[in-house]
Write a new protein. Structure first.
Length: 168
């Protein structure tokens, strides 16, 4: 049960995450959520009881909750309205692929700590890249200038980001 608590976070924080993004801006809210996810992914390595692990796992779901609630806004900055269905489909497919990979590979880890450490590193890298994409330091300026050079790479980037965010 405790390993699924982050999905509970998604259910509880979906609407508040959207409200916070409307008030404070999508970029800062999603970035803050992902930072909490990174912290909690390493924090759960220190858990010495069920209660502490439960709290870390709940906090772990903040980033995905904030990202999911605001994915349409983020992708809306990158894709024209006529391509939003495809963009959201890619995002959802990536998220489900990440869950599937996580479930399929969990038996390969000899310990829970090893699995947690591996996913913490993946979450750190994926969250750093996702924050970078969202705030526009890597990909945003290229797209917003309508250069179009990165457009063929957006689908793989979105899939990789979504997969990695769900490997926890």
């Amino acid at each position: 049960m405790v390993l699924q608590v982050s999905f509970l976070t998604n259910a509880i924080l979906g609407v508040p995450a959207g409200i916070l993004a409307d008030r404070f801006g999508v970029k800062s809210v999603v970035a803050a959520g992902l930072v909490l996810t990174v912290i909690s992914s390493f924090g759960r390595l220190t858990a010495s009881s069920f209660g502490i692990l439960f709290v870390w796992m709940f906090i772990l779901g903040v980033g995905p909750a904030f990202l999911n609630a605001n994915a349409a806004k983020i992708l809306g900055d990158w894709f024209p309205p006529q391509q939003m269905g495809m963009a959201m489909g890619i995002y959802i497919a990536g998220a489900n692929t990440g869950i599937t990979i996580a479930l399929a590979t969990s038996a390969f880890f000899s310990s829970l700590k090893g699995a947690f450490m591996t996913s913490a590193v993946i979450i750190l890298v994926a969250s750093s890249l996702t924050i970078s994409f969202i705030i526009g330091t890597i990909i945003g300026p290229i797209i917003s200038e309508k250069v179009g050079l990165m457009k063929p790479f957006l689908a793989p980037i979105a899939i990789i980001a979504a997969i990695c965010s769900y490997l926890a």
